[in-house]
Design a binder for this molecule. Structure first.
Ligand SMILES: Nc1ncnc2c1ncn2[C@@H]1O[C@H](COP(=O)(O)OP(=O)(O)OP(=O)(O)O)[C@@H](O)[C@H]1O
Length: 734
């Protein structure tokens, strides 16, 4: 490419960075100005808070698009052209003409879709590669069938830039692919907001990348709708979330909540582990019945009667009354904690009657000496009595989800009553596992919160605000009394509305608020590695998204979790029946063809493995070793030396000594289990003891498939015994 062209693009790119600097300086100035302001009316204060949040967010956005601000240019048949980049920049002095078109704008679409066969008015597509603020290369594609290069791959856009991107060494953090999105990916990214979209694709087809770019696209296109409710992105584990954490900010988006399902229950951070078998049980739909039974088990009646000391009397609360009270509460179909107020009057009535009969009895045998007012007094006193409260708590305790499950899992007798078929659920008290989150959420649904007290306090507070506000209005009106022509303040605004204006507004982003609110419902939910979710986890996510505006990406051939799914329709049927759409991704951008051929053998011929976009020219190898712990270091050192600056992932069977609980993504060599490696990639991968990975789980073949497909360049397999037959394609290490 001529240096003249590079220089020409450099001038444009430098101009755009100049504009970016101006925008950044403008936002910084405005932010500094609002931060300097103090005092003023409450309304002025809230306006300042909004402005502060807005300018801070703008500053963060302008900072995050620094790398690769402008990466493309389209030249059209009509001799016009347009530069494409991470954000839109407009020429304020020239009728706001776009200087840089946001990649998500409809007008930028031909950059990803135009082909020689369907050029869509585009004559030439140019990929502009930059490093820091310097243009390093430009790659042109002339969209002209006659001039097309016969060596180019059918169906790939920007092949040179794409191959440069997929061949680059990995850093341990995922990069965005905004510069080289391919047509089949673009279609998914820009698919409409509504309904459930399933994206099925083999390893390395860009599912994660597509999911994240889709989040950015949706936030751009449906800004109004989505910034209020937020977008939730769910990933399989914390390492994975750290791996993808930078992608959305690099696309200028910050308002997205990234979470695992295990962390979706506010206030609970999973801090203990459990066996795969127990986690699998906890993921089963049958757990809904177990939890419902656990709640019913806490709604008790005495065998015979309960004795309650009140004043100097011993009252007896008989079984029949308790059964009646319980039946009334259950009949109401209210959730447990909200149904409690229904048993209270029945119990108090019975106790008050009994007490009145004792103390009000006419010694001469006449009618009871107490009247209704006395009875009411007795009931009030009973309701405040500790002994009575204790009895009520025994009959129908107010419970938090944590209390319900802690009491259940740490009590063999309770478990025996509630879930006799699952004694494995027993555990020592303290702490929660990732699978518990879905159970806590289910329990919260059945228990509810008795918010009568909270509501009463809220309405008291609001009344006080209204009283205060009417005081303010009175004062204003007094001042205006002299001139009846002037509109009274109270004519313009009533006290309720004035009070409402002064209520504290919440300026946290939707994502921040959502993370602390169990009942928050999102505008859109994106699930990565969706095949891993258990039936119980799906219930949690569906609750968070009643609009069913969802994108689910995954690969049923990679399911490792025994609680996970092998069929999308099975998972979705209970929630949306057959009203969901599926898109497929077919090209593998990560794994070279030589490695993909080995991986495909593991799953057999019925699986359609994705097509690799490139060959590496290197054969994956295997080596038989006698003593893995003693010899592994040697292989790691050799491989690390070969890849130089690149990353090496050593994937070991679960329970292998060296796998750390936390994976350090920054280090050159990571030792991790298949579960931890889900969704990640490394320039070179060493798979240790494939026979054990196969044997360790009912989904062992899927696990091995995942392990083998993490490599972007090189693959080696080390095995202590015979090489499993399915890997016979591997060449012996020399
Ligand atoms: N259009 C593209 N341009 C450049 N790189 C791409 C493109 N699509 C995907 N990639 C790269 O391919 C690799 C695999 O992508 P990604 O992790 O999204 O795949 P995946 O389908 O989620 O894989 P898996 O199911 O194995 O976890 C990443 O390095 C990603 O950046």
């Amino acid at each position: 490419m001529s240096s003249e062209e590079i220089e020409r693009e450099q001038r444009v790119v430098s101009m755009l960075y100049g504009r970016l600097d101006d925008l950044r300086a403008g936002a910084a100035d405005r932010l500094a100005k609002v931060l300097r302001e103090t005092g003023g009316t409450p309304q002025a204060r809230t306006e300042r808070d909004t402005a502060t949040a807005m300018y801070s967010q703008q500053l963060a956005q302008f900072g995050s698009v620094e790398n690769g601000l402008c990466f493309g240019r389209l030249d059209f048949e009509d001799a016009s052209h347009q530069h494409i980049g991470r954000i839109g920049i407009f020429d304020e002095d020239n009728d706001y003409e776009p200087l840089l078109m946001d990649w998500r704008a409809p007008a930028a679409r031909p950059f990803y879709l135009a082909t020689a066969a369907a050029p869509d008015g585009v004559k030439r597509r140019r990929h502009i590669r930059t490093s820091m603020r310097k243009v390093t290369a430009v790659d042109d594609e002339v969209l002209d069938l006659e001039a097309a290069d016969p060596k180019r791959h059918e169906g790939l856009t920007g092949e040179a830039a794409l191959l440069a991107a997929v061949n680059a060494n990995r850093t341990g953090r995922m990069n965005d692919i905004v510069q080289t999105i391919q047509a089949e990916q673009d279609k998914i990214i820009r698919s409409g907001l509504n309904g459930v979209l399933v994206v099925q694709g083999g390893p390395g087809t860009g599912k994660t990348a597509v999911a994240l770019h889709r989040a950015a696209f949706l936030l751009y296109t449906y800004r109004e709708q989505l910034s209020r409710r937020g977008v939730l992105v769910v990933g399989p584990n914390a390492t994975f979330l750290r791996y993808i954490g930078q992608v959305l900010p690099s696309l200028g988006e910050t308002g997205v909540l990234l979470s695992t399902v295990g962390e979706l229950f506010p206030g609970v951070t999973p801090d203990r582990t459990e066996s795969v078998a127990v986690a699998e049980i906890k993921g089963r739909l049958e757990m809904t019945e177990v939890i419902a039974a656990a709640v019913r088990d806490r709604q008790r009646v005495p065998e015979d009667y309960l004795e309650i000391q009140f004043e100097r009397e011993t009252l007896k609360l008989d079984r029949k009354t308790c059964v009646q009270a319980r039946a009334a509460a259950r009949r109401s179909r209210r959730v447990h904690n909200k149904a409690k107020p229904l048993i209270i009057p029945i119990i108090l009535d019975a106790l008050a009657q009994q007490y009145a009969e004792r103390i009000g009895a006419d010694p001469l045998g006449g009618a009871n000496l107490l009247d209704q007012a006395d009875l009411d007094d007795i009931k009030r006193e009973l309701s405040e009595d500790d002994g009575v409260q204790e009895a009520l708590d025994w009959l129908w305790p107010t419970l938090t989800p944590q209390e319900l499950l802690e009491d259940l899992f740490a009590d063999k007798d309770k478990l025996e009553t509630v879930a006799p078929e699952f004694p494995e659920l027993y555990r020592e008290p303290g702490g929660w596992t990732p699978a518990d989150a879905a159970l806590l959420d289910e329990a919260a649904e059945l228990l509810g919160i008795d918010d009568t007290a909270i509501k009463a306090a809220e309405s008291r507070r609001r009344q006080e605000e209204i009283d205060y506000a009417s005081g303010v209005l009175d004062i204003l009106d007094l001042q205006d009394e002299a001139d009846p022509e002037i509109l009274m303040a109270a004519d313009l605004i009533d006290a309720g509305r004035l009070a409402g204006r002064h209520e504290d507004a919440d300026y946290r982003t939707a994502a921040e608020r959502a993370s602390t609110d169990r009942e928050w419902t999102f505008g859109h939910v994106i699930v990565d590695e969706a095949q891993e979710l258990s039936a119980m986890a799906w219930r949690v996510l569906m609750r968070r998204c009643p609009s069913r505006s969802m994108t689910l990406v995954g690969d049923v051939a990679q399911t490792g979790d025994p609680a996970g799914t092998t069929s999308w329709s099975q998972v979705l049927e209970p929630y949306v029946e057959d009203r969901w759409r599926m898109e497929k991704l077919t090209v593998n951008y990560r794994t070279p063809s030589e490695i993909m051929a080995v991986a495909a053998d593991v799953l057999g011929p019925e699986l359609e493995a994705p097509q690799s976009v490139r060959d590496s020219g290197m054969d994956p190898w295997h080596a038989k070793v006698t003593n893995i712990p003693a010899q592994l270091g040697e292989f790691v050192a050799k491989e690390a030396a070969v890849i130089g600056e690149g990353t090496l992932g050593v994937i070991v069977p679960a329970g292998f000594g060296d796998a750390a609980a936390e994976v350090d993504l920054e280090s050159q060599v990571s030792i991790l289990t298949v579960w931890q490696a889900k969704g990640l990639e490394f320039d070179s991968v060493l798979v240790v003891d494939p026979a054990r990975i196969l044997a360790d789980s009912p989904r062992g073949a899927n696990d091995l498939y995942v392990a083998l497909t993490r490599a972007t360049q090189r693959l080696g397999v080390i095995h202590p015994g015979d090489l499993p037959d399915c890997l016979s394609r591997l060449a012996a290490d020399v």
